[in-house]
Every structure is written in C-alpha cells, then in structure tokens.
Design a binder for this molecule. Sequence first.
Ligand code: SAM
Length: 219
Amino acid sequence: MTQEPSEAFHDILRGVAALTRNPVAADIARLYGKGAPVDLSIAVNHKQIASKQWLVETLAETLPRPDGPVWVLGAWYGVLGALLLEEPQLAISEVVSLDIDPGCAIVAETLNHRHVTAKRFRAITADMTGLDFAAQERRPGLVINTSCEHLDDVPGWLATLPAGLPLLLQSNDYFREPDHRSCVASLEAFQEQANLSETWFTGALPTKNYTRFMLIGAR
Ligand SMILES: C[S@@+](CC[C@H](N)C(=O)[O-])C[C@H]1O[C@@H](n2cnc3c(N)ncnc32)[C@H](O)[C@@H]1O
C-alpha cells in the first residue's frame, strides 16, 4: 500500500535535503515524491536513522574495507544500504539488499537509484534462512542482519552460514512488539545466542522503549 505524497511534506523534505546538502536526504525526498509505502516514515524515523548511523560509524572503526559485497538481510526499504554506500570512511564495492517482503525491493532500488545505475546496489526478494552463500559467484565480505529479532531461530539460521564469514548482527529487547520472535534480554544473552567464533565489537544503544544490541565478528 502506498501513500499519496503531501505536497507540503514533500517540500519540507526537499528543503531539508537542500539545507543539509545530504544526498541520502535528497534520495528520501525523491522516493517520498514518487508515492511512498505507508511505513516509510517508520523506516526513516529518527530512531531508525540513529541506530543505522551507530552501525555505520562502528563499522568504519571495526571493518572499514570488507573483502567482497556487503549483504544486508531483512533490509526493508534499503535505508542502511544507502547510508553504507554514502559513507566516505567505508570502502564497499556493492550492497545486496535482501528482504522476504516482495514490496521492499522496488522501494529499495528507487531509494538507491544512483547506486543501481552505478551497479553498486541491487535488491532481491528472498528468505534469508534459505540462502546458500557458498553458491554465490562472490563470497560476501560482510553479512549484516539488523532484523535478528524477527527470526524464529537465530542459532539455526547462523548454523547455515559458512564458518569464518564476517557478520554484523543487531537485535533488541523489545519483547512486546508482536512481530518479534527472538528478542534478547541483554548484550550477554545476544552474544550467547550468536555464539560467534571471533568477536570484534559488542555494544548496546539504549532508546526510549528498548535497547538495541550489536555484535561484529566472525561466524
Ligand atoms: C521491521 S524491519 C527492520 C527491523 C530492524 N530491527 C531494523 O531496524 O532494521 C524487519 C524486516 O525483516 C524482514 N524479514 C523478516 N524475516 C525475514 C526473513 N526470513 N528473510 C528476509 N527478510 C525477513 C521483514 O520483511 C522486514 O522488512
């Protein structure tokens, strides 16, 4: 379901993009002008952007040059891909943005239209739990999943991934959200759930309603 853009709101978005000279803000304004899905306002709200900026900044300090494409799983409308490809402190050749919802890919590619043209971004529709990374032409340099809380079985999914694969995982303790199936009560519980062979970063970002947890390391 898409929402007719409000002229006033579209103008404000374009004004903010001009004021900040931020290319991602301009791409969000452009996407909104084309008729955005109703939940785009959630995907780009201040909490979502803050958690993605935390991710991008931490990645720039931990693994700034992934050796291969970066796969973003449960990527929703591709906002994280846009931020990753815009960050000058990261050297990322390509982002593959994957979501099980068939409505996401077209929105993600519209948002990332500049990177689609440059062949640095593509969006695909698939269930992350059925992926075979060994069958990919290029092994990923990093797999990101900021939607761990949406999976039924996080250890079961992790067990399907190649050993040693670099991973960035986020989850949270927002148990009362109905779509959340694998929330964790603490950073320690998330580390136990993920059981990484190497850990390069662990951190927690408290927000008003919940705390978001992040791990970077190797499967
Ligand atoms: C609400 S969104 C993003 C939440 C996440 N905490 C974030 O901030 O990025 C969760 C996304 O995960 C997707 N998703 C859930 N299960 C999936 C699966 N098995 N494979 C791929 N995508 C999945 C949903 O379709 C949805 O777009």
